[in-house]
Design a protein. Structure first.
Length: 527
């Protein structure tokens, strides 16, 4: 890294802070801070949602999976098949109620529907899982940037953590959304630049295409993931992925909070439509980056000497540092910074929102101005905690790191079932829900602990189904007293009213999912 590189990166960070000061003007209460006064443009919310998916792990691991990892290739495309379908489910079943109730914390719905205990339980699960996952994410970001910059791991952790805490605390959700828009542009520029240089090093487009091993162009694996040992089974990603993405976009505070920031229900749906159509092309760029850098790897002895076959995740960092020119290199490092911070900023804001709305304000009511000050202090506290946790991640065994990543799949299905039962099934009350969630989570943990031959993507579906069956069955034994559920349960008339005029867009999303499958089939089938 040269002085020019550092100047460019410094200007980028300074610009983020200046932007947060600008958009944070005029904040008066927690609603301004956490949902941008519900007045953020739908297209900015949609781009921000996409940017949150662009973590450093994605930036380096997807290309590495395509280019070098054993059994890797374009099968990563299967991750995207269920996204458009999940967007339809979220827009029909969940978002209309959340918007109507004008929620800040999505878990407030659970208190309205089932009582305080269910709200606190699910919110606590979110706080623990998202906090741990974000700590691992910031550590991974620092690990990659250490290779690119030569700075120590601790310095990079502090740099990324402090900058993100500063602009997130000052600007709130408005800063999160607008910084994500900027960061997504930087990420796109970085990917295109890297692809261009990689193709040039490979000897041109024709040479790059010729150098790609045919087995890495296969984009579909027809395994089931149910006892067949398939590493990337299509059915697991189609069915399990559907439940995963409905849970993520429809019940995870880090996503729903952003969706509640648009002015109207239709605006929220437009932002989700953008994400439904936009995620696959973004993933496609990552796949192209993997193919291009994989071809360059075969042509560059220096890169082959630096990147061991057992450590493919270093392919992109070393390519950036050693094979891109001054200034251009800074753009790529800034893109990695952007990817890391876009994941961290939304996590901080949502963790702060859930903490304040679900716990603090329940026991200590505050005036609007005091709420705003307390919200910012809680954001700082979460930022310090997560950054501090990042310093200890390297002391945790790899199996524990894997556990942090898999824990979401163990809980996603039961949490989603809690919301879906609340929205659709009137007879289910708090006690059956708690029992169902407990049995659903236990079922997934049993699959994990006993190393059952079931791909972990299936856990999302299994946990959902088990929770629904147990909760519904228990509701015939444990009956709650009469409650007024007006406005808390969807009726057929509500759905017809909410979805008027959206039939064609929904059909387009479902057709788009089919198109992704057809593209994968065209690229070839691997067994």
């Amino acid at each position: 890294m040269t002085n020019v590189d550092w100047i460019i990166i410094g200007l980028y960070m300074a610009g983020l802070i200046a932007m947060s000061v600008f958009v944070g003007r005029g904040q008066e209460d927690a609603e301004d801070y956490y949902v941008g006064g519900r007045n953020l443009p739908w297209w900015a919310v949609g781009l921000s949602t996409m940017a949150t998916q662009c973590s450093v792990v994605s930036f380096i691991s997807i290309p590495a999976f395509v280019a070098m990892k054993e059994g890797g290739g374009l099968t990563w495309l299967q991750y995207e098949v269920s996204v458009p379908l999940a967007m339809v489910a979220v827009m029909v079943l969940l978002i209309p109620l959340f918007r109507k109730l004008e929620l800040v914390s999505v878990y407030a719905y659970l208190e309205m529907r089932f009582g305080l205990g269910v709200r606190l339980l699910i919110s606590a699960v979110f706080l623990v899982s998202r906090g741990l996952g974000t700590g691992v994410g910031i550590y991974t970001t620092a690990l990659v940037l250490q290779v690119c910059t030569g700075l120590s791991l601790g310095v990079i952790l502090l740099l990324v953590g402090i900058i993100t805490i500063v602009y997130d605390t000052i600007g709130g959700m408005s800063a999160v959304v607008w910084s994500d828009v900027i960061q997504l542009v930087v990420i796109f520029v970085g990917i295109f630049v890297c692809i261009g240089f990689a193709i040039e090093y490979a000897g041109g487009l024709d040479a790059a295409l010729a150098a790609i091993p045919p087995e890495r162009t296969k984009a579909l694996s027809m395994g089931t993931g149910l006892g067949d040992g398939a590493a990337a089974p299509f059915l697991a990603y189609l069915i399990g992925g559907f439940f995963l993405y409905v849970a993520y976009y429809g019940t995870d505070q880090s996503q729903t909070q952003r969706e509640l920031s648009a002015p109207t229900l239709d605006d929220t749906k437009r932002s989700l439509m953008m994400n439904g159509f936009g995620r696959a092309p973004l993933t496609g760029l990552y796949l192209l980056l993997g193919l291009a850098t994989g071809a360059a790897y075969l042509e560059l002895p220096t890169l082959r000497a630096l990147v061991e076959a057992s450590k493919p995740d270093y392919l992109i960092p070393y390519f950036v540092v050693h094979h891109l020119p001054e200034g251009i290199r800074a753009v790529l490092v800034a893109a990695m910074l952007a990817a890391g911070m876009s994941s961290l900023d939304s996590a901080l804001n949502s963790l702060s929102a859930a903490t304040m709305q679900d716990f603090v304000l329940r026991y200590r009511p505050l005036e609007p101005a005091a709420q705003l000050r307390a919200s910012k202090r809680v954001t700082i506290a979460w930022g310090v905690a997560i950054t501090g946790f990042g310093f200890f991640v390297d002391r945790i065994a790899d199996t524990v790191l894997e556990a942090v990543n898999k824990i979401g799949s163990a809980f996603n299905g039961p949490i989603l079932a809690t919301f879906i039962l609340g929205v659709l099934v009137r007879r289910v009350s708090a006690a059956p829900i708690v029992l169902g969630v407990g049995v659903g989570v236990a079922s997934n943990l049993a699959l994990w602990l006993f190393d059952a031959p079931v791909h972990f993507m299936w856990w999302n579906a299994i946990g959902f189904i088990v929770t629904v069956v147990v909760a519904v069955a228990a509701s015939f034994v444990v009956t709650a007293g009469p409650r007024d559920l007006t406005g808390l349960v969807l009726r057929p008339d509500d759905i017809r009213t909410n979805e008027t005029g959206w039939g064609l867009p929904y059909a387009a999303l479902m057709g788009y999912a089919a198109l992704i499958v057809l593209i994968a089939i065209y690229l070839g089938v691997t067994t």
